[in-house]
Design a protein around this ligand. Structure first.
Ligand code: UTP
Length: 474
């Protein structure tokens, strides 16, 4: 193809770069597009890390890496829920440390909301989804109110960092503005975008998603570590005295955000990064578990375990590989800095997907078969860089039910049911039994985070004669 000539040095440098890295076909519709579109294409290409792409293509696309054989997988210790007197005393001590950290304002909340939510198929950022069963509060509102309530409980502030990506950024910021930051101080909420990375076709070449745009995808939730650094969020955290970051995903409305027990255990262990897990419901449940991979802490994908391993039990009856990763982490600030020394220290993984593209005739092609390799990093790969780490088990019914799918498991229906069930249990524990609806399910009920963050708070409020401003929706 004829290589276009640019009108200025800056543009020419981008064109030369595309040519030098064998990606000049990204310019093949140059003659058909307006100067404005050309500029858009070049400004996008200018931001690409071509050396990284060359390495990823060489490793994952053009020459398939030879498998070094199966990694050695062993179990990692999990701190279970406290049962014995000794464990209860340990938990009390840890909780106190976590509470002190919160009171001192040393903990930030960090949500990763840069994903594309393809399975849910929602037209807006997933965090805007109206999830709460009675009030229809969005995921963002539920999270923000929990952060506000947690901060108030410790007479302190928890700054909230929100990672978006190119497609979700503007709408996310506007949404928070529209709802007055859900009661948080605007200055305590910071937004930043994660990086995008081009996908390539099966020959390692860029795909055009439009005539003036190379197809890119967010660089995975592992990109959050890089985005924290690049956006200046880590510097901001340091400046306001943050030492630990509570990391969570946007899609789980059940979570106990900034649970002091988790913060305290992580802190007492001098851990660089820690993880919350839930006990697997079934040995064959398809969930990644925390384990040691060739001696390094990480998440073992279920597909890397044999059926025998998945069913194996420890002497106490628990599954050997039973700690299902729920993607809730404590990350030490200095560790997050270290993970960025000399570029992001995480490996990239590939996923082969069907990606629509513009062909040489300028037409959009929607392939039925996978035609593209996407690259992504996973935040849990950072666990392998830790000297110390805590893996803490939490109760699934109180902490984990993410919104992933349009129907079936982990859909709006199951998430709302999990929320109603949890709040009904709290009400029951507080002596307020609920009328039952069909199939012995409680009627829809919702306890807002500002009313009670947990069962204990609700019980205390009921006992103290607190009058609730809401009524049951029957
Ligand atoms: P998932 O892997 O479940 O992806 O992300 P998703 O975007 O929500 O949904 P699918 O897979 O496209 O259907 C788990 C969490 O990680 C965030 C998501 O926003 C979600 O909170 N994430 C994922 C990012 O922030 N960036 C990414 O590049 C990928």
């Amino acid at each position: 193809m004829k290589i276009p000539k640019a009108a200025n040095k800056r543009d020419q440098a981008v064109i030369d770069k595309l040519v030098a890295h064998g990606q000049q076909h990204a310019l093949r519709v140059w003659d058909e597009i307006t100067p404005g579109s050309r500029d858009k294409l070049l400004r996008q290409a200018e931001k690409i890390d071509f050396d990284l792409l060359d390495r990823l293509v060489a490793e994952h696309v053009t020459s398939e890496k030879k498998s070094a054989g199966r990694s050695k997988i062993t179990a990692a210790p999990v701190t279970g829920q406290p049962c014995t007197d000794e464990e209860i005393a340990e938990a009390q001590k840890a909780r106190k440390v976590g509470e002190e950290m919160l009171t001192a304002g040393k903990v930030a909340a960090f949500v990763v909301a840069g994903g594309q939510a393809t399975r849910l198929g929602y037209d807006y950022p997933k965090g805007m989804f109206p999830i709460s069963p009675v009030r229809g509060k969005s995921l963002f509102q539920v999270h923000a109110e929990k952060i506000l309530a947690r901060g108030r409980r410790y007479d302190s502030k928890i700054p909230f960092y929100v990672m978006t990506s190119e497609a979700s950024h503007r709408q996310t910021v506007d949404f928070f503005e529209q709802y007055d930051y859900f009661g948080l101080e605007p200055g305590d909420v910071r937004f930043f975008e994660q990086s995008m990375i081009p996908a390539v076709d099966l020959d390692g070449k860029f795909l055009l998603e439009a005539k003036n745009r190379i197809f890119t995808n967010p660089n995975g939730h592992g990109g959050s570590l890089m985005a924290l650094k690049k956006s200046g969020a880590l510097d901001h955290m340091k400046a306001v005295g943050i030492e630990e970051i509570y990391y969570f995903q946007v899609d789980n409305p059940l979570l106990q955000i900034c649970d002091p027990l988790f913060i305290g255990r992580h802190r007492l262990a001098k851990a660089q990064m820690s993880t919350e897990v839930v006990a697997k419901e079934d040995p064959m449940e398809k969930v990644g578990v925390i384990g040691l991979i060739d001696g390094k802490l990480g998440v073992v994908e279920y597909s890397n375990l044999t059926e025998e391993e998945m069913r194996e039990r420890l002497p106490d009856g628990k599954l050997k590989y039973g700690g299902g990763n729920i993607a809730v982490h404590m990350i030490n600030l200095a560790f997050a800095e270290k993970m960025n020394k000399g570029g992001l220290q995480l490996p990239y993984h590939k996923a082969v997907k069907a990606v629509p593209y513009v062909n040489e005739n300028g037409e959009i092609v929607r392939p039925e078969k996978p035609n593209a390799v996407k690259f992504e990093t996973f935040v849990f790969d950072a666990l392998g860089f830790c000297k110390n780490s805590v893996t803490m088990e939490v109760a699934r019914a109180e902490e984990f039910h993410p919104l992933k799918n349009a129907s079936g498991d982990f859909s709006v229906e199951t998430v709302q049911r999990a929320m109603v069930d949890m709040h009904s249990r709290w009400l029951q524990a507080a002596g307020l039994a609920l009328p039952r609806a069909a199939q012995d399910r409680p009627w829809a009920v919702e306890i807002g985070p500002l009313t009670a963050l947990d069962k204990e708070e609700l019980i205390a409020k009921v006992r103290s004669g607190h009058s609730f401003s809401w009524g049951l929706c029957l």
